[in-house]
Design a protein around this ligand. Structure first.
Ligand SMILES: Nc1ncnc2c1ncn2[C@@H]1O[C@H](COP(=O)(O)OP(=O)(O)OP(=O)(O)O)[C@@H](O)[C@H]1O
Ligand SMILES: [Mg+2]
Length: 287
């Protein structure tokens, strides 16, 4: 029953000791493989006990006693199985794409909860990062920046939208800010710009049905009283050749399908098959 790490070529696999006799050791890896090791093959380098922090999992990976790739991956995996998609690595937040809606994770109650707690007081969450960012504007009297970086399809665009959602609520609730129509409109304009930007700059690829084919730098301007009073989005590196050529299984920018789907049949001009974008492809692209 002991939890161990088993070396299999270059990899370390999490495993459990199934049985042990004088001559051999039987191990079952967490991926279902059964391994038999003879006495002569056993070495401390080949099989070694898993530390308690790795067995139980940790919210902050800087407190993992074992700092090898397998321990990091296993910790993310343990948490992911419990729908805990966020894990801290010191001041960095790691997010694992759940590819499903996790109930309650981003609802108004969660925004409210994270807005009333400091970083580290609650389980890791993108809202904790957004809240820290918002608070630090005043604590450090300086601009704050969140860098979101990872491979295609991992959740950068969704994370950006969640940050904006949180900051928008903070802005609307900020003390001393008159709840004028104008201040609410700025926040709504920033959030509602996403489907428009995505219509022109996102497309289906083999990795992601709603892949951003451009980079963007979003700037939010806050007033002294804590509300968003402006912002700008600087885009760069749009993949222009996608307009004339797409790889097999990929599509052109959402906007072309949305235009054709919205056009009168008689005015489409040719008999191109029209694939109507679905909500899955891009939030509100068709609207
Ligand atoms: N936090 C999340 N909760 C639920 N689903 C998510 C989450 N993050 C991402 N997803 C799912 O994964 C899909 C891809 O995410 P997203 O478009 O944000 O990736 P990306 O990193 O921006 O990729 P690209 O570099 O291709 O633009 C989303 O359309 C959504 O279905
Ligand atoms: Mg994206």
């Amino acid at each position: 029953g002991a939890r161990v790490w088993l070396r299999d070529k270059e990899l370390l696999l999490p495993a459990t000791v199934s049985s042990r006799s004088h001559d051999d050791l039987v191990l079952t890896t967490d991926y279902g493989e059964v391994m038999y090791l003879q006495q002569g093959e056993l070495s401390r380098d080949q099989v070694f006990p898993m530390h308690l922090t790795s067995i139980n999992g940790v919210e902050d990976m800087s407190s993992l006693a074992e700092l090898h790739e397998a321990a990091i991956m296993y910790n993310l995996y343990l948490r992911y199985q419990k729908d805990c998609i966020y894990t801290n690595i010191g001041s960095i937040l790691a997010a694992v794409n759940p590819y499903k809606q996790i109930s309650g994770l981003y609802d108004p109650a969660a925004v409210d909860l994270y807005s009333r707690h400091h970083l580290g007081e609650l389980p890791p969450h993108i809202f904790a990062v957004a809240n820290e960012c918002y608070r630090c504007l005043w604590k450090r009297h300086d601009s704050q920046c969140v860098l979101i970086s990872v491979e295609s399809g991992a959740g950068k665009t969704e994370s950006t939208k969640l940050l904006l959602q949180f900051l928008s609520v903070m802005s609307q609730n900020s003390a001393g800010t008159p709840q004028s129509e104008r201040s609410i409109r700025v926040e709504q304009a920033i959030i509602q710009s996403s489907p428009i930007m995505e219509a022109f700059g996102n497309a289906k690829t083999v990795y992601n049905n709603n892949s951003s084919r451009f980079g963007k730098f979003i700037q939010l301007h806050f007033s002294q009283s804590g509300n968003i009073h402006g912002g700008c989005i600087i885009d760069y590196l749009l993949e222009k050749n996608r307009v004339v050529r797409q790889n097999p299984g990929e599509r052109n920018y959402h906007i072309f399908y949305a235009l054709l789907a919205g056009a009168d049949k008689n005015h489409r001009g040719c008999n191109l098959p029209v694939e109507t974008p679905t909500l899955e492809d891009s939030d509100n692209t068709a609207s």
